[in-house]
Write a protein that binds this ligand. Structure first.
Ligand code: ZN
Length: 258
């Protein structure tokens, strides 16, 4: 009888495999390019198909500005680090005001300072890919160049982070292309824009940064600051003034939608 069961088991196995295959073909045909669903993945592992590395779920390739937090909400984003001098100071001021942010990191800097990447993650902030070379003209470069800039930086940041995923992609200077948005999204990174540019990289005073942000906050929820690329003492001082003011205005803090 064991033999009969064996045959039946074999037939059931073949049928199950065919059903799984049809399911996958159906998913692809219906435009679900994200690979097998969780249920299908479970079926695959239960029927002892060869295990593959878990695939990253693609996200929406459009540029996001909205906050995932309902109500009056802002997304604080910090670009061009990590930097051994300024990132710890920015982390300190965010902690002081109990605000979480997105850090858009440059790949080689993340690789050079993995401890900073890990501190960012440990404090509850999120990671964003800001490419390898910060080329603001990358939208005029070939797809192969854009791909290397984005995927190499993602790997550098994720290797440094030791487990956390990079959840967003922000093109330097906003130099997105349809190709780069799709590529990032297919690798689990939502393209991230901004509504309010604090212009903290320019030579204005803390008061000027303060006034710029206050004046533009009606543009939308995503606000841009920098923790790299030069002396960021004015950024730190501005955040220390602006974050409590934002709270007084009734704002809460979320993350950009994914
Ligand atoms: Zn930048």
């Amino acid at each position: 009888m064991a033999r009969r069961f064996g045959i039946e088991g074999g037939i059931i196995g073949v049928v199950a495999a065919a059903v799984v295959s049809l399911g996958i073909v159906g998913a692809i045909a219906s435009g679900q390019l994200g690979g097998p669903s969780q249920a299908e993945a479970d079926t695959l592992s239960n029927s002892q198909q060869p295990k593959k590395a878990p695939r990253i779920a693609p996200v929406d390739p459009s540029i996001v500005h909205a906050s995932d937090r309902p109500g009056r909400s802002l997304n604080i984003t910090i670009d061009d680090g990590p930097d051994p001098v300024w990132t710890p100071k920015v982390l300190e001021v965010l902690k002081k005001h109990d605000v979480k942010a997105v850090f858009c990191m440059i790949g080689p800097q993340a690789r050079a300072h993995p401890e900073l990447v890990q501190q960012v993650v440990a404090a509850g902030h999120k990671l964003c890919d800001h490419t390898v070379s910060h080329n603001t003209g990358m939208d005029h470069q070939p797809d192969s160049y854009q791909s290397r800039q984005i995927l190499d930086a993602q790997k550098m940041i994720e290797d440094a982070a030791g487990g956390a995923k990079v959840e967003y992609y922000r093109a330097p200077g906003g130099a997105f292309t349809p190709y780069s948005r799709r590529l990032a999204a297919d690798h689990g990174m939502r393209p991230l824009g901004w509504n309010v540019d604090s212009k903290d990289f320019e030579s204005g005073s803390v008061e000027a940064i303060d006034a710029t942000v206050r004046g533009e906050l009606t543009n939308g929820p995503t606000v841009l600051f920098h923790d790299g690329g030069g002396d960021r003492s004015r950024t730190v001082a501005s955040l220390d003034r602006l974050l409590p003011w934002m709270k007084q205005q009734g704002y809460g803090f979320g993350f950009p939608k994914r």
